[in-house]
Design a protein around this ligand. Structure first.
Ligand SMILES: N[C@@H](CCC(=O)N[C@@H](CS)C(=O)NCC(=O)O)C(=O)O
Length: 214
């Protein structure tokens, strides 16, 4: 199978980490969502990442849908999201918070970096960053036991932390959220995370000429 998208995308990275944790072999297509936009649209009509191209040629899009497919493939014993009960409910809430933060940080980054300066809307940027701060604080208030196995909530949250560190580091000043720093250090030490460490973030400010930046 082939994972399409670069690892500076937290949505691509959470899929790549999950593939690694679950033991799936895959090739990595590093086409750029900005620099290779027309080509990317032949993979996913939305021109977005991630996509996962399966051995039979089927293309799955959207990280949540891809992760659901992975969990179905390995079955409930190994799935990264509990199949039911309070554990599933809690995990889905944590993932919703982390994914929501990613969406808001990305929205504000695109507004700051992609939109031409005269058209930028500071109030919108401030609103997105306030929403992101709310989600980060809510995640930091959760319990992240040190001995917990890697699951989708910890994977997605750790990918969120790394993405913020690259795209808007002022949202995560050192020392403000110790629980998230501990979680990130623990997870980033795992081989599946190390194998997907994103290259230095390149802001997508060069728009469609940029070959990196998500
Ligand atoms: N809901 C989608 C969101 C994917 C997404 O936001 N992808 C970003 C990169 S992380 C992207 O493709 N950005 C370019 C664009 O939307 O034009 C998912 O979880 O896969």
């Amino acid at each position: 199978m082939i994972l399409v998208g670069q690892y500076d995308s937290p949505n691509v990275r959470r899929v790549a980490v999950s593939l690694g944790v679950l033991g799936f072999a895959f090739d990595h297509d590093t086409r750029s969502v900005f620099g290779d936009f027309d080509s990317m649209r032949t993979v996913n009509p939305l021109g977005r990442i991630p996509s996962l191209i399966l051995a039979d040629g089927t293309t799955l899009i959207d990280s949540a849908a891809i992760l659901d497919w992975l969990d179905q493939e390995v079955g409930p014993e190994r799935a990264l999201l509990p199949s039911g009960g309070a554990g599933r409910q809690r995990a889905l809430q944590l993932i919703a918070l982390a994914s929501g933060v990613i969406d808001k940080v990305m929205a504000s980054a695109y507004e700051r970096l992609v939109r031409p300066e005269p058209y930028r809307w500071p109030d919108w940027i401030a609103r997105c960053r306030t929403q992101a701060e709310g989600g980060i604080a809510a995640l930091a208030a959760q319990s992240w036991p040190a001995d917990a196995p890697l699951d989708q909530a910890s994977i997605t949250t750790t990918c969120m932390i790394r993405y913020i560190g690259q795209a808007d580091p002022a949202l995560l000043p050192s020392g403000r959220y110790p629980s998230l720093e501990v979680l990130s250090q623990r997870c980033e030490a795992h081989q599946a995370f190390r194998a997907t460490w994103p290259a230095d973030y390149v802001v997508p400010s060069k728009g469609h000429q940029s070959t990196r930046g998500c």
